[in-house]
Design a protein around this ligand. Structure first.
Ligand SMILES: Nc1ncnc2c1ncn2[C@@H]1O[C@H](COP(=O)(O)OP(=O)(O)O)[C@@H](O)[C@H]1O
Ligand SMILES: CC(=O)N[C@@H](CCC(=O)OP(=O)(O)O)C(=O)O
Length: 297
């Protein structure tokens, strides 16, 4: 057998194994949250864009929501502004929100669009402001001191929660074979611009379009237990307990909270996986053994 035939046979085997999975997601919407920590490496960025293009070519309707926390941090540092987080959310004053919009809806958004387009697809870069897609309200968060049990209201400035999502533009783009790439910035009815955690934003979009899958691509294999081992499957109750006892902390808190809300809103499957593994998206959707942590009711 020639090497070429061997390769062709191997490729055919791979394709036939992937076919039932491709059929499962045909005409289905998959929301992919591409985290700032999963970006950075040029080769991985190209692999991500190739996966998105391949999903589209397989008949899936992908919607990308991206973050860019570390990239915002770098820009703020250049401008001499300190980054401050409370429960995984950036405290966002007036000058910070301007930089957040510039980095998210500007450079990062266009970079992802260009990468997907260079794979032969037609991606279009948006934020919540475009087509009146998302409206936000000032986030009202509280934290409870574990020692005193006293609840404290957090003032995070211009941090928003998505309260209205209009899917009209997304439906239009899906019918036009375009791939939306969305930055988590949205206006309020009060005229302010709000910085929204990208996980929260992705959850709201996935809920509005009743996505079949919501995938979070981050920089860890999934949710890790106290000994740093991957948890393959996590129920909503178990996830809440891990947040309460501190095993889940920082940026993983909004991620897991979003997973819980997305399931409650009717999203069929929610997975947290490692975006630093090349082709993590295809491995998750088109192979028998998915990757990462599956959150289940
Ligand atoms: N139990 C946990 N399992 C996995 N990651 C955790 C856990 N608790 C906290 N984290 C942190 O959450 C981070 C992922 O959240 P975040 O930094 O917001 O990523 P992204 O930019 O992809 O949204 C991980 O890099 C890790 O440091
Ligand atoms: C309110 C809030 O925290 N907003 C985030 C938005 C970007 C984001 O969520 O990016 P990652 O997904 O890369 O973490 C921020 O300012 O960093």
């Amino acid at each position: 057998m020639s090497e070429t035939t061997g390769t062709a046979e191997a490729q055919a085997r791979i394709l036939s194994a992937a076919l039932p999975f491709m059929q499962r997601y045909e005409n289905k919407t998959v929301v992919l949250k591409y985290g700032g920590h999963a970006m950075g490496d040029a080769e991985l960025g190209r692999a991500f864009a190739r996966d998105i293009a391949l999903l589209k070519q397989s008949g899936v309707n992908p919607i990308v929501v991206h973050g860019g926390g570390p990239q915002i941090g770098k820009m703020l540092q250049k401008m001499g502004i300190e980054s401050k987080f409370e429960n995984g959310l950036r405290v966002t004053d007036r000058s910070t929100v301007e930089i957040v919009e510039m980095v998210l809806a500007g450079s990062i958004n266009k970079e992802i669009v260009a990468l997907i387009n260079s794979e032969g697809e037609w991606a279009i870069g948006l934020c919540g402001k475009d087509g009146n897609m998302v409206f936000a309200e000032k986030a009202r968060k509280t934290v409870t001191d574990p020692d005193s049990n006293i609840e404290r209201v957090l003032d995070l400035g211009f941090v928003g929660e998505p309260v209205e999502v209009d899917r009209t533009l997304l439906d239009l783009l899906a019918r036009s074979e375009m791939i939306p790439v969305i930055a988590p910035v949205a206006p309020g009815r009060d005229g302010h611009t709000y910085n929204i955690n990208a996980d929260t934003f992705a959850g709201a979009i996935a809920g509005a379009v009743q996505a079949s899958r919501l995938l979070f691509l981050t920089d860890v294999p999934g949710v890790l237990d106290k000994d740093k081992n991957l948890i393959d499957e996590l129920t909503v109750a178990e996830a809440r307990a891990l947040i309460k006892d501190g095993t889940i902390s920082g940026g993983m808190i909004p991620k897991v909270e979003t997973c819980i809300e997305a399931i409650e809103r009717g999203v069929e499957g929610v997975v947290i996986l490692n975006g630093k593994t090349a082709h993590a998206v295809l491995l998750e959707l088109f192979t028998e053994h998915g990757a990462g942590t599956l959150i289940v009711p």
